[in-house]
Design a protein around this ligand. Structure first.
Ligand code: C2O
Ligand code: CU
Length: 555
């Protein structure tokens, strides 16, 4: 099928398209009859794009030998331009939904996961009404359908979507449920950035497979088929998972999951077979916990044109780029001066010594004796395979962003504090674990107000090793923000340093990594939609263990 991006990639095995015969062009929504509908379509809503999206177990060939059981989003187009729904080539991840700002989208989400796996889709990065946003309180049971209907008001940027049920997000995302939601707008189109085969989605994830090629999550097998009579084995059944959810006193939940192998777009040993051209690499850290320090193997700086929620106003260069779970970075990769035959790699560098995320080695302490969080690794290779003539130039100006000034905030003198700390074996925000009830102590902000928030990642100097402090990527639903300052807490001075130079804090973001001992100020405007939203740590094991809070935008 046409319209697929990244067709220049070397494919290691046959295509497993997620898009099962995208032929149905009927304009009426068909909800399978055996499914109960948790949120029904509004007949007055006329979508530009309508998609059926099903979360279900699937068997895929990732490695030679045994096929691997995953959970995957299968998408079919009901209405709209076929280029709006494509697959990540040769991947169980995806699909890629691509829309224009202002378009109206209906997604009929059907949960066909094994028993006990409630689920809901969060459109990470999109600004949406509360009942479209995937707050865990809207999670539906297997056999149910939730109808999303929304207008895309975001500007151009690469967002993504993944499950968001209470305490089950980590295992569902790990099992393979993640897709991309790319927004374009006329301003971006006018820039004439690399597109088609030259625009490559890169989803970074770390995975551990057992001897039979089955995914292991916190020591248990995933993908036990439904109707197996077992109701899901290991950590994947509701019973067990809520145990590990509630009993998140266990070490692995505190430290986060680290896989043994690096996957790009759902497979190991990813290679980009490239021409002597400029590529636009749209990189998502879709890992549960692992943080990357991205750098080119030939020492070239990374040229960054966008982050989470937008293009930047102008390109920036970084020797390396820190990318925490949930964050995205849009990279201008110019291979036009390289010779055919050149090989290079995008690596993740070691976080050396004190700049290590935990302030100490992760080895031995982490789940599954996984490699260190800060270990050096090759993420993927690039082989320059053919000559083509490049005509594109890096624009000196990108997007005209409606950036706010720090003084625009009503509380500029006293930012709203969010303290990250360890309580027992649980990471919490402002001293309390997440509660589903809307009566939870929560922050309330006014619709259309501008506020500064300050994330303070406290240290626990008396604790052992990594419990002294960890990096936490903090993600907000319902709002985009600017990062306006990073400061080091005084207690960090004694022997610890924090990562420097690797942040891309320009532009609009929805997820920000806060290093241990760091305080980071955010500036945000709560525009457009009132309602109850959440913000949380995007280390999914932390989120599942309750490192999440509700906040209300009061209309
Ligand atoms: Cu990507 Cu609330 O998460
Ligand atoms: Cu965290």
């Amino acid at each position: 099928r046409g319209g697929g991006i990244a067709s220049g990639l070397i494919l290691s095995s046959g295509i497993h398209s997620l898009l099962s015969s995208c032929s149905s062009q009927s304009s009426t929504t068909k909800i399978p009859e055996n499914n109960t509908v948790a949120r029904t379509p509004n007949p007055k809503f006329i979508p530009d794009l309508e998609i059926n999206l099903q979360a279900a177990p699937k068997t895929v060939q990732i490695l030679a030998g045994e096929p691997t059981q995953v959970w995957s989003y299968a998408a079919t187009l009901v209405k709209g331009d076929p280029t709006s729904l494509t697959a990540i080539p040769d991947s169980y991840l995806g699909p890629i939904i691509r829309v224009q700002t202002g378009q109206r989208v209906r997604v009929n989400f059907q949960n066909n996961l094994p028993q006990g796996q409630t689920s809901i889709v969060h459109w990470h990065g999109l600004i949406l009404p509360e009942d479209m946003d995937g707050h865990p309180r809207f999670a539906i049971d297997p056999g149910q359908t939730y109808v999303y209907e929304f207008e895309v008001i975001n500007q151009a940027g690469m967002n993504w979507f993944h499950p968001h049920p209470d305490m089950l997000t980590g295992q569902q995302a790990y099992a393979g449920l993640a897709g991309l939601f790319i927004v374009t707008d006329p301003e971006e189109t006018a820039l004439n950035l690399p597109s088609g085969a030259y625009e490559v989605p890169i989803v970074l994830q770390d995975r551990t497979l057992d001897a039979n090629n089955q995914l292991l999550y916190l020591g248990s097998k995933i993908g036990t088929p439904r109707n197996s009579g077992m109701g899901g084995m290991g950590g994947m059944s509701q019973g067990n998972s809520s145990q590990s959810g509630n009993g998140m006193g266990d070490m692995s939940s505190m430290m986060g999951f680290l896989g043994e192998q690096l996957f790009v777009n759902g497979k190991p040993n990813f290679t980009l077979s490239a021409a002597t051209r400029v590529y636009r690499l749209r990189i998502l850290n879709g890992s549960n916990s692992r943080i990357y320090k991205l750098a080119w193997s030939n020492g070239s700086p990374l040229t960054v044109i966008g982050t989470d929620g937008s293009l930047l106003t102008q390109p920036v260069q970084r020797k390396y780029v820190m990318l925490a779970p949930g964050e995205r970075v849009d990279v201008w990769a110019d291979f036009s001066k390289l010779k055919v035959g050149t090989e290079l790699a995008l690596n993740s560098l070691v976080f050396s010594g004190a700049e290590n995320v935990g302030g100490s080695s992760m080895g031995g302490m982490s789940s599954n004796n996984a490699p260190e969080l800060g270990a050096a690794m090759t993420l993927f290779n690039v082989k320059i395979a053919r000559t083509e003539t490049e005509t594109l130039k890096l624009p000196s100006k990108l997007a005209a962003l409606p950036l706010l000034r720090p003084a625009d905030a009503t509380n500029a003198a006293q930012p709203r504090p969010v303290e990250l700390s360890l309580q027992g074996m649980k990471w919490v925000m402002n001293g309390q674990p997440f509660e589903m009830t809307t009566a939870t102590p929560q922050e309330t902000v006014k619709l259309n107000s501008i506020e500064q928030w300050e994330i303070i990642n406290k240290l626990n100097p008396g604790a052992m090793m990594d419990a002294k402090g960890m990096a936490h990527p903090i993600h907000f639903h319902g709002v985009k923000f600017q990062v306006i300052s990073r400061q080091v807490l005084p207690e960090l001075a004694a022997g610890w340093q924090t990562v420097k130079d690797g942040y891309v804090d320009e532009g609009f973001k929805d997820t920000v990594m806060v290093m241990p001992g760091e305080r980071v100020k955010l500036l945000m405007k709560f525009e457009k939609y009132s309602g109850l939203f959440t913000y949380h740590c995007h280390t999914l094991e932390h989120e599942d263990a309750g490192m999440m809070r509700n906040y209300r935008i009061q209309g």
